[in-house]
Design a binder for this molecule. Sequence first.
Ligand code: F6R
Length: 614
Amino acid sequence: MCGIVGYMGHRKAAPLVLKGLQRLEYRGYDSAGMALYENQVVSLYKTQGKVADLAALSNFKDANQSIGMGHTRWATHGVPSDANAHPHSSNSGELTLIHNGIIENYEALKKLLVGKGYVFHSDTDTEVLVNLIEEVQKSHQYQLGKALQVALSQVVGAYAIVVFDTKKTDELVVAKLGSPLAIGMGDHEYFIASDASPFIEYTNKAVYLEDHQLAIIKQDRPPKILSIATDTFTDYYIQELELSLDAIEKGGYKHFMLKEIYEQPRAIKDTYRGRLLVEEGLIKMAGVEEHLDKFLNTKRIIIVACGTSWHAGLVAEYILEDLVRIPVEVEYASEFKYRNPVISNQDVVIAISQSGETADTLAAIKLAKEKGAFVFGVCNVVGSTISRATDAGAYTHAGPEIGVASTKAFTTQITVMSLMALRIAMAKESISVAQFKEIVNELELIPQKVEIALLLNQRILEIAHTYKTKHNCLYLGRGVNFPVALEGALKLKEISYIHAEGYPAAEMKHGPIALIDENMPVIVVAINKGYYDKTVSNIQEIISRKGKIIAIVTEGDTTVKELADHVIEVPETMECFSPLLTTIPLQLLSYHIAVLLNKNVDQPRNLAKSVTVE
Ligand code: F6R
């Protein structure tokens, strides 16, 4: 969480940093700040609130400085406030620093610094870090880079930081451990950011700093990258990015979330493009291919993920078990490492993460690797920490997901996991050639069917009007659509702040049915597969208690139509792919309710897109 931006070059830094912060605001929006620097003078601006509040503090267009840094914060240590906003200065005022991450031993370090006479003006761990660097610098007469290296060796935690020193008029120093940091390589200009979106219109060349690396950036020469542990300068790889400006802008939609919901047909197609070779009856996935023996020989697969990605993992459990006939366990990554799980080098662990930066998922990966498991990553963000920390992997190709509520990540994660299941099943011969063909033919049709499901938008808007004032909502589903119920409930609560719960439909009678009365909307996924009749019985039970039913059914359904207050019909498909369609109306329903309630859909309160703290 938190977004950082830095610039050194020949342009005016202020507007560039502000625009960069706006693009990174998905990472946190409790406060924003900027420091501009020239001729040994630092101008500092910071405020509680959003980047727009920061922009209102001054006429930044007139600021001529060409070195600057900015920060948008997701609060960890200390409430959102002006004082806790970054950048933070050292006591002498000579060092200025922005930080994404957490310094876990900050209290001990703070005590030490207070003992030496340092005074603190905020509750943040970051202010401790900047003063620690100052203390190292002063006591050893070190240059900034060396002081930072020594200070960081005393720090426990995670960081991506940018710091400048008023004694050095032409230098920015950056370092990384755990949190992401990219350096955009322009022509005699350098950009620093949590991801490439702040600089993509200026350069498509980027260096992603590795953990335990520090870079010294000067305008007149390429950056020097130092390994903090070995104290040696290292070579680095300059990546050519494929990110386009269109992909990170709203493109005429009112919100990123809506744009991303509508992008799903394209995103799903991009995810299977080049992998699903229908004519040849093949699936090609390099990451799976190269390690097929691991998947074929394992006795079980463990999926670790958080939030929406965990829901995609639950859907994948059904598909993998059904097609591959290998037992699958799906774990909250956040719980995984706290219960001493039984893992060995016989196990395959699949980590699913849109951002590829989620700290809990990363911690689970580390543990699984320590225990010798083969770890496979399913990520969306190319080059992200998780994609690099895993033994192999497959990207989802959803394109940047900027709305904090995950949408296209979910459907593309299911697509990747389906492709994997099919590839492994084919190698294992756990499905016949005819079954394989039937399934891949259907998968190819999914984007078209998602387009049809998106046509339901107007109808869903009407339903949203009816239910927008409710305070509670239940979501029910069975089988592969139980995770869809969980995901529908998560979407509603995170962006509209309406309390919502997802349950397996059959669990209703074991408790939640007590909640049903005429004020309780119940959203039921009741497609014509699997346990349809049983789901219909559950609907009857709810109606008997006067609950209001919004049913997601298969096109042409007649039974549920008779019973439900509202019916939303999605195209017919195989049960395994039905989540790719049933989830669409649920995403749209949450979106419309949140918009009608005037909530900030793309940046819901208290949340951030990449959760880089455990
Ligand atoms: C919900 C949402 C979160 C994320 C979760 C995991 O809409 O976005 O629940 O799914 O924080 O994030 P990733 O997938 O980036 O690991």
